[in-house]
Design a protein. Structure first.
Length: 110
């Protein structure tokens, strides 16, 4: 800080720039990381990136009943939701500390 209580703008700029770089790196890591969700005891498996993008879906043939497509649809939704929940937890682990740090910079509305 500069005498008189004013923040050092160069220092604030450097802090903000580093936090932006850290945030971008964490987002890249999330995009490369895959998490899996399952339903029906593993009959349906969904894979999403840490950013929540659906990458794959595996359906065990035992889950396929032509007379009951509603159950299969429910299993697919449940697996995708499970995978997305894991992705959200991963996002919180990776991004939470970075976004909380933004509140420590004077003059930013966080």
């Amino acid at each position: 800080m500069i005498p008189g209580g004013q923040p050092n703008m160069q220092q604030l700029f450097q802090q903000a720039q580093k936090m932006q770089q850290d945030l971008a790196a964490a987002q890249e890591e999330l995009a490369r990381t895959h998490v899996e969700g399952t339903a029906g005891g593993g009959l349906v498996k969904a894979t999403v990136t840490g950013a929540g993008e659906l990458q794959g879906l595996v359906i065990d043939p035992k889950a396929v009943d032509p007379e009951d497509t509603e159950t299969l649809a429910d299993l697919v939704l449940a697996a995708v939701r499970d995978a997305n929940q894991s992705a959200q937890q991963l996002q919180q682990q990776k991004l939470g500390p970075l976004t909380q740090g933004l509140g420590g910079i004077p003059g930013l509305p966080f």
